[in-house]
Structures are given as structure tokens and as C-alpha cells.
Design a protein around this ligand. Structure first.
Ligand code: PAF
Length: 282
């Protein structure tokens, strides 16, 4: 696997691939790789000649300094994992390579970045959009792969691609879960044994909410049920919401199950976790 920390040599390598008319798949990550990331790498390998993974903990998408400081960084292990997975190239720049000076660029995605993650993490999606736009310009991939766990992020990036006319196909891959249903996340390694056990309340709440909704129960009653369930598990619920997955408008009831998504965010101890479920998913 080729490893690049600077943009120039990465571009030279990719230019060489392009002259061979090779297609390029990009998997942008913040490292601490798990099986969710690996499934994105595997899909990219199937669909492209060359797969590039980026590992960069992007400071400007963190609205909480402690979260940025404690975000797991496991580069050596990640390199071994990517090598074993047959990834062709890794781009792992430092901050000075990505932001020569403090950036003043800001993105506004209208109502999409004002709700849920956008509401609870002000500035987060602007920071995500800027770094992803940089990666798209540097790598110029044919396809880019993201996980459904960050579905609101996926919609933000889809809007970015549409608005800036990037000629890139975006792929949203299903959430990979632990045996008990917990969605895989880089932040899971920060959970202690007790927190890890309690964290299952997120995925359980989503599944039970979906079942109740489809039986016709109102979402306000379901919210109350999830709030109680989280209190019993000593988990601090930030939100549970039903949304239209096309435009992220918040809903009180289901009109078209095919467009519905339930989303949850909660603190288990100090660790903030998110998860979601399409209403039509098993
Ligand atoms: O989903 C992530 O890991 C990050 O938000 C991303 C897309 C790599 C941008 O930093």
C-alpha cells in the first residue's frame, strides 16, 4: 500500500493511475478503523481499479474540544488493517497540509443542517463539507463511500456534490452492527464494559420505535417510551426523531414508510453515540 502525507505526491500517483484509465474509489475516514470501514473498502475494491482511503481527524468538524482531543487515533493499527484489506493507497495528512491557515470558508445547507446533528453540533456539517470537498478535489474519485450511520452527513455530502457539480457517484453503505445490535463506530472503543452493555439501548430503541410506528402508534407516545427506556439504562438521550429521509423534515407520523428514518443520539457516560434505522429496514 502506498502511504502519502502530502498532497503533491498523492496527486502524482493518482495522475499515473488516470493515464491507465483506472477508476478511483475514495473512502474518507477519521481512522480507528472497524468492520464498518472495512466493508466500505471492500465495496470500493469491487467497484474500482484503485481504492484510496483517507485518515484525517478533521479539527474543524468538532464543536467540542474534549471530543476532538479524545477521538481515538490508531494509525499504526489502521495501516495494518488497510494493508490486509488490499487498499491501494492511504492519505493521512497533518493539519498543516489540509489547512495552511485558519479557514474562513463556511457552508450553509439550509434546513438540512439546522436539525438533529446540525442543531446539537453547530458548525459540524460545515466542517465536514469543507474537508470532504478538499478530499474530492485532491483525489478526484469516480466514486466515494460513506456509511449509513451518519445518514444526515450523507445527505449533506449529496447536496455538496449536487451544488458544486462534482462528477462523483456517492455510495451509502448499510450500517454494520455488533452481535447485540450496537452500530459499529470508532467511538465504541472508548466505552467501558458497563457502558458497552448499556449502549445497546440505542439500537433496541430504534427497532422498537419502528415496530410501534408501523402498528400505528403516535411518535409522541413513542418518544416518551424511548425517554423512559434511556433513563432506565442510565443513558442521556439527546434526541429521537422521525424524519423524511429525502429532505430531513421532521415528522409526527408515517405517511410513506419508504421515506421514513428514525434517528437517535445519546450519551453513554461521556461518549456520544448516534444510530438510525430506515422504517423499511429489518
Ligand atoms: O464520517 C466521517 O468519518 C467524517 O465525518 C468524514 C466524512 C471522514 C469527514 O471528516
Amino acid at each position: 500500500m502506498h502511504i502519502f502525507v502530502e498532497i503533491g505526491p498523492l496527486k502524482a500517483y493518482l495522475k499515473h493511475q488516470l493515464t491507465s484509465h483506472f477508476s478511483i474509489g475514495l473512502v474518507p475516514t477519521m481512522g480507528a478503523l472497524h468492520n464498518g470501514h472495512l466493508s466500505l473498502i471492500q465495496t470500493s475494491k469491487k467497484e474500482n481499479h484503485i481504492t484510496v482511503c483517507s485518515i484525517y481527524v478533521n479539527p474543524i468538524q468538532f464543536n467540542n474540544a474534549a471530543d476532538l482531543e479524545k477521538y481515538p487515533r490508531t494509525l499504526e493499527q489502521d495501516i495494518r488493517v488497510l494493508q490486509d484489506a488490499g487498499c491501494d493507497a492511504l492519505f493521512c495528512p497533518g493539519n498543516s497540509e489540509m489547512y495552511r491557515e485558519a479557514t474562513r470558508l463556511k457552508f450553509d445547507f439550509g434546513s438540512l443542517d439546522k436539525v438533529l446533528e446540525g442543531e446539537f453540533r453547530p458548525g459540524h456539517f460545515s466542517g465536514v463539507a469543507l474537508v470532504v470537498a478538499k478530499f474530492f478535489n485532491i483525489v478526484q474519485p469516480d466514486r466515494a463511500y460513506f456509511g449509513q450511520k451518519d445518514f444526515q452527513q450523507f445527505k449533506v455530502i449529496s447536496t455538496l456534490v449536487e451544488e458544486l457539480k462534482f462528477d462523483i457517484q456517492l455510495i451509502c453503505a448499510p450500517i454494520i452492527r455488533e452481535h447485540d445490535g450496537l452500530a459499529m463506530s470508532s467511538r465504541n472503543v472508548r466505552l467501558n464494559t458497563d457502558e458497552r452493555t448499556r449502549a445497546v439501548v440505542l439500537s433496541q430503541s430504534l427497532r422498537e420505535s419502528r415496530d410501534r410506528l408501523l402498528k400505528g402508534e403516535s411518535f409522541s407516545a413513542i418518544k416518551k417510551f424511548v425517554m423512559d427506556k434511556c433513563i432506565q439504562s442510565n443513558v442521556r438521550l439527546e434526541y429521537i426523531a422521525l424524519a423524511d429521509r429525502e429532505n430531513f423534515s421532521l415528522l409526527d407520523n408515517v405517511r410513506e414508510p419508504g421515506r421514513g428514518i428514525i434517528l437517535i443520539a445519546a450519551y453513554v457516560g461521556e461518549i456520544r453515540l448516534i444510530d438510525n434505522l430506515f422504517l423499511t429496514e429489518n
